[in-house]
Write a protein that binds this ligand. Structure first.
Ligand code: 6GU
Length: 252
């Protein structure tokens, strides 16, 4: 596989089949650029009720995911001997961002490496899963979800769109790396005027140099206004800095 391969441990496999069955990611799977293998810990239980959770030792509210079904599911996945990074999705993890997406994408682009994502559910997961099976813990932001499934999909989606051939438009990725770290510029399509709202003249001018300059300026303007924190880390040119200085002084 020249794209990216994922193994998912989840008690809700349908969530993955639903999202990955649509549009761009479905096409990436059909093209062999993306491979996602979903395993349900419930299929690795041995009791009549197929129990995947239990009461917490020490008492308290909520249920805890049991280690044995997860351990068996992980071992089954790993039995092919392929090199894998095992990630637990949990609000306690390191916050995910585009930099991390690019790092994981680079890790996966090496032939025969995969990402194994374990989705937590209920109030928690037996700590021994972390201790014995997990390399890294990732969170997708400072809010609490009912489970790690949406986080796993966020990670798969963000990595998949970095694989050459998935978006079908290599230019957009190149342009993205140029704008890395700042917000996108405003987009317009026909009609040129809608209820009195006009498309900026420069975009209709056919002057590609002027269009590029306008877009860069608007992207910087937006970032300055909405996410000034991003400018500290962004890749900026001397020209960008001149634009920032100008926009700042015009404010007064
Ligand atoms: Cl990875 N899991 C859960 N349950 N909630 C989250 C999260 C993950 N990332 C942000 N909130």
């Amino acid at each position: 596989m020249m794209g990216a391969g994922f193994d998912i441990i989840t008690i809700f496999p349908e969530i993955f089949h639903a999202y990955l069955g649509e549009s761009i990611l479905n096409r990436a799977i059909q093209k062999g650029l993306l491979d996602v293998n979903v395993r349900n810990p419930r299929d690795f239980t041995t009791d009549k009720h197929r129990t995947v959770d239990d009461y917490p030792y020490g008492g308290g509210s909520g249920m805890v995911m049991k280690i044995e079904p997860i351990h068996r599911a992980v071992n089954t996945v790993k039995s092919d001997g392929i090199e894998r990074l095992t990630v637990l999705l949990t609000p306690q993890g390191v916050t995910y961002n585009q930099e991390k997406a690019e790092a994981l994408s680079a890790y996966l682009s090496a032939e025969k490496r995969r990402l194994l994502l374990i989705c937590g559910r209920y109030e928690g997961i037996d700590e021994r899963v972390r201790d014995s099976l997990v390399d890294e813990e990732i969170s997708i932001g400072d809010y609490v979800l009912t489970g790690g499934e949406l986080a796993a999909l966020v990670i798969i989606d963000s990595i998949a769109r970095l694989i050459p051939g998935v978006l079908g438009d290599e230019e957009s990725i190149k342009e993205e790396s140029f704008t890395w770290g700042i917000l996108d510029y405003p987009h317009y399509t026909r009609p040129p005027e809608f209820k009195g709202m006009k498309v900026p003249d420069v975009l209709l001018s056919g002057n590609h140099g002027e269009v590029s300059k306008w877009r860069r300026r608007e992207a910087i303007r937006r970032t300055l206004k909405r996410r000034p924190d991003l400018l500290k880390k962004a890749k900026l040119t001397e020209e960008d800095n001149a634009i920032i200085n100008e926009l700042c002084s015009n404010e007064k």
